[in-house]
Design a protein around this ligand. Structure first.
Ligand code: BES
Ligand code: ZN
Ligand code: ZN
Length: 465
């Protein structure tokens, strides 16, 4: 992984190329103060200060300075230096005025590449560095955030053939080994008995890709318990209700929720948040074989509710049902789950905005505020009570779909709610975990969406509180 720590460097007065940030309002005044040759150079490079992400070079002998246009030079967004960081040559840089602040994150992430499957690698170790003054703790926190984001991207981008339930387990084991967290993995007969929905969804996979429940515990027993849950469907073929080719094409990303949960757990642990963390990842492959679970099958869930399978492609809510039930048994003061749960969430809100369902108004408000602060937007959707009865089954306690084509993300969330006791505050993020087209610092492919929002919320609640 990119060595982010070497790219965000404490300012001890080292030599650095200045970066002047301007915006459409400040450019004219800034330009007036520049020497005449700068004005000529900028004109020659057609730099007008108005086009965000455009930049120009001002030669100084063998060295140079940089001028870069941003949307708002007074308040830097996380991504406003990303295009620049992706293009500048190796070297040490420094903002001419002020500090990178939030933009440090984009500086780092712009230099992360997923090149495990490229025979020619980018020489990304040698990217541009930027100087930051202030507390070293802030630098470290930004580096950790970049690492967590990169972890999500890498896990999601890794093809399903190389990232099955066993590899998800290995990723959790790696975190446990690095940090002293306790890992517990349940498979085989114990899974079949204790987590029947996870076992059913994973039944068709080959033995090496057998379903499992991955749990990680960390923190002091006396600290408040927080559970983080993530959908770990390492590939979603749809099962016997097979997806079509285009629907299946990016289903390697269906473990994106697990990747978010793992990355969030990493942030909690590395930043030593004073909580008792319980990470719960149901990991399966939704495959097709003679052992597949079938439409019409009825499975008794961990919680005891009988679930009729209407559609084997609505598998995420099934494995999450048992995982949420397990998380709730610890009586945490908060459960957060991440899942690439429905195509309907994207139809409703598009790919950039995770649909967020919360069973408490105050918690929803705090999450939305944290998301705004972190510039990692989420949008609340309703757990609409009157729709709940649509999850009825003719023969069992409930069905895994509503049987109608509308409000799919709401029904999925209502299904999950059946497995979360109403006295436990709970937030469910139906995230896309994917970027269909690149933006500065954010390449096409696997993406963390909602991770920084929830992290900012947890940090605000437990670190400063
Ligand atoms: N993993 C999919 C949801 C999904 C689809 C996420 C496309 C991202 C992109 C999930 O398991 C699924 O297939 N959901 C179905 C539910 C339906 C069968 C009730 C869906 O959304 O169509
Ligand atoms: Zn599915
Ligand atoms: Zn799925």
């Amino acid at each position: 992984m990119t060595d982010f720590a070497s790219l965000l460097v404490p300012d001890r007065g080292q030599q650095a190329r200045p970066i002047h940030l301007v915006d459409k309002d400040s450019f004219a005044a800034w330009l007036k103060k520049r020497p005449a040759e700068d004005r000529a150079l900028l004109e020659a490079q057609r730099f007008d200060g108005k086009t965000a992400y455009a930049f120009a070079i001002l030669p100084r002998g063998n060295e140079f300075e940089v001028v870069s246009a941003v949307k708002n030079a007074a308040e830097l967004s996380p991504w406003c230096l990303a295009a620049l960081a992706g293009k500048l040559p190796e070297g040490t840089y420094k903002l001419a005025h002020g500090q990178p602040g939030k933009a440090a994150l984009g500086w780092l992430l712009a230099q992360h590449r997923f090149d495990a499957y490229r025979s020619k690698k980018d020489d990304s170790e040698r990217g541009p560095r930027i100087l930051v003054s202030g507390e070293p703790a802030r630098i470290e926190a930004t580096v950790r955030l970049a690492q967590a984001t990169a972890l999500v991207r890498d896990l999601v981008n890794t093809p399903a053939a190389d990232l099955g339930p066993a590899e998800l387990e290995a990723a959790a084991a790696g975190l446990a080994n690095r940090t002293g967290a306790q890992l517990n993995v349940i498979g085989g007969e114990e899974l079949a008995v204790g987590y029947p929905l996870i076992a059913a969804v994973g039944a068709a996979a080959t033995p090496e890709r057998a379903p499992r429940l991955i749990e990680l515990e960390w923190g002091k027993p006396e600290d408040p318990r927080v559970a983080i849950v993530g959908k770990g469907v390492c590939f979603d073929s749809g099962g016997l209700d097979l997806k079509n080719a285009s629907g299946m094409r990016i289903m390697k990303k269906d473990m994106g929720g697990a990747a978010h949960a793992l990355a969030l757990a990493q942030l909690v642990i590395e930043n030593r948040l004073p909580v008792r963390l319980h990470l719960v990842i149901p990991a399966v492959e939704n495959a097709v074989s003679g052992a597949s679970y079938r439409p019409g099958d009825i499975v008794r869930s961990r919680k005891g509710l009988f679930v009729e399978i209407d559609n084997t492609d609505a598998e995420g809510r099934l494995i999450l049902a048992d995982a949420l039930a397990k998380a709730a048994e610890g009586q945490p003061e908060l459960i957060v789950d991440f899942a690439t749960l429905t195509g309907a969430a994207r139809v409703a809100l598009g790919p950039d905005l995770p649909a967020t369902f919360v069973n408490r108004d105050d918690l929803a408000g705090e999450l939305e505020a944290a998301a705004r602060e972190a510039e990692d937007p989420i949008w609340r959707m309703p757990l609409w009570d009157p729709y709940d009865e649509q999850l009825k089954s003719d023969v069992a306690d409930l069905s895994n779909t509503s049987g109608n084509a509308m409000a799919g993300a709401v029904y999925a969330a209502l299904f999950l709610r059946r497995f979360v006791p109403s006295d436990i505050p709970w937030a469910h993020l139906d995230t896309w975990a994917w970027r269909d087209s690149a933006k500065p610092g954010r390449p096409k492919g696997g993406e963390a969406l909602g991770l920084r929002a929830v992290w900012a919320f947890l940090e605000g609640r437990y670190l400063q509180g």
